[in-house]
Ligand binder design. Structure first.
Ligand code: PHE
Length: 453
């Protein structure tokens, strides 16, 4: 049933599988690598506050809307808009999602490659005994090299493609149902160690005390972008996954559970990292290297630290893998359904073309670091454009579509599973999808462009 079967569409096997797969997509480097470093660069507590507002006011609504679109249409994002709004330009949103998928995969898999390097460095004992300065040098040297980052990137792309070739149930589901609980336990251990370091309180204050004077338009846009990135919303990943959700699953409560889990993991990662940053004398604004420098430092201050570090980077790679497969699936579903390729051919074509952009992205820290726009290298350009612009713009149109264009009867049908659920959230959802979410996204954009104060 992996190929474009005309009769029964591949689907997730049940409730737990749906939540696990969507959580697998949402939880990943976005929570553990990106959240701490972006929060660190954008003032800590003030950023967290706006981030949480974005999750509650916008995130859950966009996620639920994507599920509705995907499950109603049973198609990839482009095909879904074509099917639900024939002859209208909404399909452009789906197309932008496919383009965003290419861009995200290129830089995301780059970082996923770093986690493999750190897995390797921990298992071979190479981080043992290194202090902050030495770990910083180690990270910078690795990043600027060409061979190793490229090798790990290509290995990771290959792994992602291999899983996607085998399809939804056999591929995606099998890998997302296991392992995540282990990552959670390790994160908690890290928190305990970090919080018991002398001077840890300063880090907690940094993360949780909102210094309102730090709220600039930039901080607000970054928080919005991070909330979209972390929840995997705005580009049709969850339209695609939504199309594999069975008709008897509860869409709104699945969205709620995933959002809760994703947000909790990000905050827990913050609690693991910031106290240690302050206690061990690093800087919270340490750019993309933050967790690759601070976490090895914390592990060294724990008994059996090397074993834990090895396990941690292995699990982080797996968490990244359950996210990369969800992004690649967007491109593959598009190629299979719209261009009528076989699943195998589509996966190979997508993997190879992402790899071309990926190689440039990997090298943008070293050999190609002179390619810059507004002082950003290719990696940062892709990261900025996708998370801060394309995902929020996509999300804006997704909520507009569900709130103002899509038939309210069909929204009700999807949210109540054709009347079999009470749909208590329905009025609340309607209000958020029509007004709160689109207005909030628009306000952040106008504010960050300086049009609205
Ligand atoms: N949400 C994923 C993470 O936090 C990244 C991602 C973004 C996945 C967009 C799919 C789409 O790691």
């Amino acid at each position: 049933m992996n190929d474009q079967s005309a009769t029964v569409r591949d689907s997730f096997s049940g409730r737990f599988a749906v939540v696990a797969a969507v959580a697998g997509s949402a939880i990943g480097l976005g929570n553990i690598w990106r959240f701490p470093y972006v929060a660190g660069e954008n003032g800590g507590g003030a950023f967290l506050l706006v981030y949480l507002v974005c999750i509650i006011a916008i995130g859950i609504t966009v996620m639920t809307s994507e599920f509705i679109i995907g499950r109603a249409a049973q198609k990839n994002p482009y095909g879904a808009f074509k099917a639900l709004a024939p002859g209208k330009p909404w399909f452009l949103i789906g197309l932008m999602g496919v383009v965003a998928a290419f861009m995200i995969l290129a830089f995301y898999t780059t970082v996923a490659g770093w986690t493999l390097e750190y897995f390797y460095q921990s298992i071979t004992g190479n981080i043992t005994g290194k202090n902050n300065a030495e770990l910083t040098v180690m990270f910078d040297t690795f990043l600027k090299g060409s061979f190793r980052p490229l090798l790990w990137f290509l290995i990771f792309m290959g792994l992602t493609g291999a899983i996607i070739i085998s399809g939804v149930r056999k591929g995606i589901e099998k890998y997302t149902k296991v392992m995540m609980p282990f990552l959670f336990v390790l994160l908690i251990l890290l928190c305990v160690r970090s919080l018991t370091l002398p001077g840890a309180g300063e880090g907690l204050r940094f993360l949780f005390y909102p210094d309102i004077s730090k709220l600039t338009p930039k901080v607000i846009l970054e928080a919005l972008g991070q909330s979209f990135f972390s929840l995997s919303i705005g580009m049709g990943t969850l339209i695609t996954y939504g199309s594999y959700i069975k008709k008897n699953e509860n869409l709104a409560s699945s969205a709620g559970m995933v959002t809760l889990a994703d947000t909790a993991i990000a905050i827990i990662a913050g609690i693991a990292i910031f106290p240690a940053v302050f206690a061990l004398g690093g800087s919270p604004a340490s750019d993309t290297g933050l967790v690759f420098i601070v976490l090895p430092e914390i592990f060294q201050k724990m008994p059996l630290g090397n074993i834990f570090a090895t396990l941690f980077f292995l699990l982080l790679s797996i968490a990244a893998l359950t996210s990369t497969i969800s992004v690649l699936e967007v491109i593959v579903a598009y190629l299979v359904e719209e261009l009528k390729m076989s699943r195998r051919k589509a996966t190979i074509a997508a993997t190879l073309s992402v790899s071309v952009l990926g190689v440039i992205t990997v090298l943008s820290f070293g050999a190609l670091s002179n390619i810059r726009v507004a002082d950003k290298n290719v990696f940062s350009i892709l990261e900025y454009l996708t998370s801060n612009i394309m995902l929020p713009v996509g999300g804006f149109f997704i909520v507009l579509f569900i709130g103002w264009f899509f038939s309210p009867a069909l929204v009700k049908k999807e949210l109540t599973n054709d009347g079999s659920l009470k749909g208590r959230y329905l009025p609340l959802f309607r209000f958020f999808v029509k007004f709160i979410a689109p207005v909030a996204i628009a306000m952040v954009f106008l504010y960050s462009l300086g049009i609205f104060r």
